[in-house]
Ligand binder design. Structure first.
Ligand SMILES: Nc1nc2c(ncn2[C@@H]2O[C@H](COP(=O)(O)OP(=O)(O)OP(=O)(O)O)[C@@H](O)[C@H]2O)c(=O)[nH]1
Ligand SMILES: [Mg+2]
Length: 518
């Protein structure tokens, strides 16, 4: 991978991976039935998983002997947009769906914000094409004809009242939180839902009442009205050949969920629109700091408390926490979660951030990387790596490939001594997007030179990435640390929920093994 290893090392790893990828069922070990053996020989991924993660395939039949006051602490880590909060929503949907139902109204203005941001981005890009069209390249390239600037200009004028709402809506939703660098966005901390819709009304009739009685935010109301008025123009813009050309030829990067929302604009503009589960899973909303979620999980005849920590992955989202101060300062009020486990500190001169608990330094890390550790070492870390991002670069550092960045973060996590007893779950996420990109002909080797001339097919590409992450764990991981790997598409509810159950069971088994309770 560019930036991780030098050329000779890249060739060595590449060869090792090729060797590993050659069908070799024996390497997964375990006792196999004839049928399983045969399927394994044919390269069946499910069989491979069964042997690689045997715990996930069996069911615990007895209540497990966990101390009464023990909580399974699980941290979700990974770069920005890797899908951590989406996985948290899937946990909530599975284990506490009534709380997700209660929160539905609070997602409504966030959906509106996602739409407005997409519309603004498209118009800005078209403005750029328009003002730089002296060479006529865009028009002639896509055969748009001479009138497209006028057509878009009219739509743009009608959409201006909508897009001017964006910043104020972001500020209302973020409750005044902004990040440096002038980025527009919605950044949320734990408990934001209650701020956005104070009534948290449910069922639908109550929501209609709360919307009509003005109990939702002022800007959210205004956005709803403007969307209702602008829906036809948004649709016209989205369907316009100039926009399709932008997406196709200029590789315009909208948020991944933008097309989902723009396709559905008329449904989302209904006066009593309430976000569906699919809408909530598609929403893009940046997490700021750490949010804590508690679930009671019924399992094998017992009830267990899980504390899930969702950590914001964007580097710039951490910037507000690292402002002036020449001394090591404790900032517990900003960073402690409900259970008061986190303390974040910084030293100005070495640009390191540190995590403290009860006066003990737990972890230090460069302030540019977003890792965080709870007061006690977590039972498990779930690391999400979006493998569809092979052709993308970090927003905060356009030279760093996103897969490369994920590998670096994963290396830091595997080698962190504080996590030596934690189970590690690696979710190679966004496989649906990866498939789409490969089908559309995007070549992996163009962005990941070490991929070489391997076939540009999903099975080969996904296995290649899995092998790379596994190599990191093998080289940097610690003896007692187990690694469980899953390919995921976090928007697929059925598949993800099955994986969640498997992962939970694997974590519990691993905990029992570590603590000698098995
Ligand atoms: N197509 C697709 N989209 C996904 C998948 N997982 C997450 N997304 C989308 O990716 C976007 C980012 O997901 P988040 O869960 O907000 O990412 P995050 O890691 O919490 O990001 P930060 O809070 O900024 O650290 C959202 O719009 C999700 O709907 C996936 O497997 N497939
Ligand atoms: Mg998040």
């Amino acid at each position: 991978m560019p930036g991780i290893v030098d050329q000779a090392e890249a060739r060595r790893i590449s060869k090792a991976i090729d060797d590993k990828l050659r069908p070799s069922p024996c390497r997964v070990g375990g006792t196999r039935s004839l049928e399983e053996e045969t399927r394994l020989k044919k390269g069946c991924q499910r069989c491979y998983n069964l042997f690689r993660f045997p715990s996930a395939s069996r069911t615990l039949s007895q209540k497990i002997p966990v101390p009464d006051d023990y909580s399974f602490v699980v941290m979700l880590l990974g770069q920005a947009e890797s899908g951590k909060s989406t996985l948290q929503k899937q946990f909530q949907l599975y284990y506490a769906s009534q709380t997700l139902d209660r929160e539905r109204p609070s997602w409504r203005p966030i959906v509106f914000f996602n739409i407005i941001k997409a519309v603004r981005t498209i118009l800005e890009e078209l403005d750029w094409e328009f003002s730089n069209q002296a060479d006529q390249s865009f028009s002639s390239l896509v055969n748009l004809g001479p009138n497209w600037p006028d057509e878009i200009g009219h739509i743009r004028n009608r959409l201006l009242p909508l897009i001017t709402i964006e910043d104020n809506l972001a500020s209302e939703l973020s409750n005044g939180v902004t990040v440096s660098g002038g980025r527009s966005g919605v950044y949320v901390r734990a408990g934001w839902q209650a701020l956005v819709t104070p009534t948290r009304s449910w069922p639908l009739s109550d929501i209609r009442n709360s919307i009509s009685s003005g109990k939702t935010g002022v800007m959210a109301d205004m956005a709803a009205r403007q969307l209702a008025e602008s829906q036809d123009d948004i649709d016209r813009l989205w369907q316009h050949p100039a926009v399709k050309a932008l997406l196709r030829l200029r590789k315009l990067r909208l948020e991944e969920s933008a097309s989902f929302f723009l396709e559905e604009i008329h449904r989302l503009s209904e006066p009593d629109y309430l976000p569906s589960t699919d809408d909530i899973l598609h929403v893009r909303l940046q997490t700021l700091g750490v949010t804590e979620h508690t679930f009671d999980i019924d399992f094998a005849g017992g009830r267990y408390n899980w504390l899930l920590y969702d950590v914001g992955g964007a580097r710039h989202a951490w910037v507000p926490y690292f402002d002036d101060g020449a001394y090591l300062s404790l900032l517990p009020s900003l960073h402690s979660t409900k259970s008061g486990r986190f303390f974040l500190c910084r030293t100005q001169h070495c640009a390191m951030a540190s995590v403290w608990s009860q006066g003990v330094l737990l972890w230090s890390f460069p302030s540019s990387s977003a890792v965080f550790c709870p007061g006690a070492s977590p039972t498990a870390v779930i690391f999400l790596a979006p493998i569809s991002a092979f052709d993308q670069y970090l927003e905060e550092d356009p030279r760093t490939n996103r897969i490369d960045d994920s590998l670096q973060l994963f290396t830091a996590i595997c080698s962190n001594k504080l996590l030596k007893n934690s189970s590690l779950v690696l979710m190679l996420n966004k496989t649906d997007l990866l498939k789409k990109k490969l089908q559309a002909g995007t070549m992996v080797k163009k962005y990941i030179t070490s991929y070489g001339d391997r076939p540009n097919r999903y099975d080969d590409v996904s296995e290649y990435f899995r092998a790379h992450f596994s190599q990191v764990h093998k080289r940097k991981g610690q003896a007692r640390q187990k690694l469980f790997v899953h390919f995921t598409s976090m928007l697929d509810v059925t598949a993800t929920q099955k994986i969640i159950v498997d992962v939970n069971e694997a974590i519990i088994r691993s905990y029992l093994g570590q603590s000698g309770l098995a």
